[in-house]
Design a protein around this ligand. Structure first.
Ligand SMILES: Cc1cc2nc3c(=O)[nH]c(=O)nc-3n(C[C@H](O)[C@H](O)[C@H](O)COP(=O)(O)OP(=O)(O)OC[C@H]3O[C@@H](n4cnc5c(N)ncnc54)[C@H](O)[C@@H]3O)c2cc1C
Ligand code: FES
Ligand code: FES
Length: 468
């Protein structure tokens, strides 16, 4: 297969394996050494690039970590490395802001920060310091202590005042943030030959954020099926009384979906607890489910919503089941090898239904949970009428807690009831001791998260002091 895309200002046509990491292609095939190799696990941000594609007459750019991005996912897109935003005669204003504020010391992380900030300049709708700092949540710096980089973020925000939101690229080229060639990229991409058939193979690749961490060395040789850009797998839409989400929708797609924003008032805050901006731009819901990690965050979300999963066989036949029945044992799924996850659907909650997500990890951001949990519940006339709570990290599979739900439904929430219910939760879980904490610690965490759900959703019904 030929992969065609634009790398900075250069059109690339390559028949190298679509499973090669984009980082290796950029550094070892194109000799662009500005993009650094740090962790090779999507964690440090030293290899951050931007990937853009034409959307609604303009371009939409997202930051991604190239170490866990398959080359094939660049097809028909614009890949931007640090070299693509450099100017010969002067620094880019983002680079200048980093220099002016002492935001760089050894410099190893700096390219990643600069590329993430340029991504922010391209996408920010209401530039502010909080948003600019958020854009670098996937970049780690060992030297500066971040304060100088935050000051650079503040300077960049000021420089973006007056940005033309309708036509950001002409404005940014005029203001000297981007080289002139950016103005012609959308047209060049539209003229590019569209893929004639999907890339099919043995190993299904979504965003690659699990596969390239776990099996980086094999991916070059693997026969892969690229599904990240398959249109029928990408949409989030309503169908009848349900929300349907394609398996290749990303965490960012969920965050940006008007449907999801309408249903989940705390969507942004909850999603910010999951990985980092570049990983949310890449990691798909299907990948999170099939990875079958007991602590997958999107898995915990979907379980609490009473989600149904639909699988598709190569002959086009589909079958569906409650997501809770998809997880059979540790990393054992109710899925045939050649089936792909097609979509998820969950009932549109009525206005009285409330949802909450909690996650405890060693770091607040950019960390995998020790224990996570989501809940959907309803209290009507003081009585619990619906309760579905998921629990991750407390057994071989992510799961829901049916016995606890059966105990709570039909009762009036109060401190005594919750304390009793917490004992039932303890009997429904079987955590093991590992690097994320001892078994006892995880039991305690889930108990606290259970209380946290009620305190967050129905603070008027519970006295926190009595729960301590
Ligand atoms: C730095 C970093 C931080 C992370 N932080 C978090 C976090 O906070 N919370 C969290 O839950 N996860 C986290 N992850 C894990 C990962 O990002 C998520 O699990 C993500 O949703 C995986 O999706 P993907 O598309 O990248 O999966 P991929 O790597 O593409 O695929 C994962 C597995 O799923 C299979 N697969 C993918 N899509 C399908 C499909 N449609 N049908 C059948 N099989 C499929 C693949 O074959 C593979 O076995 C993190 C990862 C990294 C690298
Ligand atoms: S090398 Fe660390 S995120 Fe890619
Ligand atoms: S400047 Fe050295 S790691 Fe950031």
């Amino acid at each position: 297969m030929t992969t065609e895309f634009i790398l900075n200002n250069k059109t690339i046509r390559t028949s190298l394996s679509p499973g090669m990491s984009l980082l290796d292609f950029i550094r070892y095939e194109q000799y662009l050494s500005g993009t650094k190799i740090g962790c090779r696990e999507g964690d440090c941000g030293a290899c951050t690039i931007l990937i853009g594609e034409p959307v609604n007459g303009g371009m939409r750019y997202k930051s991604m970590t190239s170490c866990v991005t398959p080359l094939g996912n660049a097809r028909n897109k614009h890949v931007v490395t640090i070299e693509g935003v450099n100017f010969d005669e002067r620094l880019n204003p983002v680079q200048q802001a980093m220099v002016d504020n002492g935001g760089t010391q050894c410099g190893f992380c700096t390219v990643g920060f600069v590329v993430s900030f340029v991504g922010y300049c391209l996408t920010a709708e209401k530039p502010d310091v909080e948003g600019a700092v958020s854009a670098i949540d996937g970049n780690i710096c060992r030297c500066t202590g971040y304060k100088s980089i935050e000051r650079a973020a503040a300077d960049i925000t000021v420089m973006l005042e007056g940005k033309d939101l309708e036509n950001p690229i002409p404005w940014l080229t005029e203001a000297g943030f981007l080289p002139e060639y950016f103005n012609g990229i959308a047209d060049r991409l539209r003229k590019m030959e569209q893929p004639k058939k999907p890339v099919n193979g043995r190993v299904v690749v979504g965003g690659g954020t699990d596969l390239y961490v776990q099996r980086h060395d094999d991916m070059l040789e693997e026969e892969i099926a690229l599904i990240f850009d398959r249109q029928e797998l990408n949409s989030i839409h309503m169908k009848g009384n349900s929300v349907v989400m394609g398996a290749s929708a990303t965490a960012t797609d969920m965050m940006e979906s008007d449907i999801m924003k309408g249903i989940f008032p705390n969507l942004y805050a909850h999603m910010k607890l999951i990985s980092s901006t570049p990983i949310r731009n890449m990691g798909t819901v299907g990948g999170n489910i099939v990875n079958a990690s007991p602590i997958g965050d999107l898995t915990a979300w979907l379980l609490a919503l009473g989600t149904v999963i639909t699988l598709k066989a190569p002959d086009g036949n589909t079958r569906s089941m409650p997501l809770k029945d998809f997880f059979l044992d540790y990393k054992v799924l109710n899925k045939k090898e050649d089936e792909i996850v097609h979509s998820f659907s969950f009932p549109i909650p009525d206005k009285d239904m409330r949802f909450n997500f909690e996650k405890v990890c060693k770091r607040t951001y950019l960390d995998i949970a020790s224990v996570n949990s989501a809940v959907q519940m309803k209290v009507e006339d003081g009585i619990i009428t619906h309760f579905c709570m998921s629990a991750g990290g407390v057994g071989p599979t992510p799961r829901i807690l049916p016995e606890t739900a059966a105990f709570l439904i039909g009762k009036q929430p109060g401190t005594a009831l919750l304390t009793e219910a917490a004992d039932i939760i303890a009997s429904e879980i079987s955590p093991i001791s590992d690097v994320r904490g001892s078994s006892d610690y995880k039991r305690l965490l889930l108990r606290q998260l259970f209380f946290a759900h009620f305190l967050e959703l129905f603070p008027e019904l519970i006295n926190p002091k009595e729960l301590v």
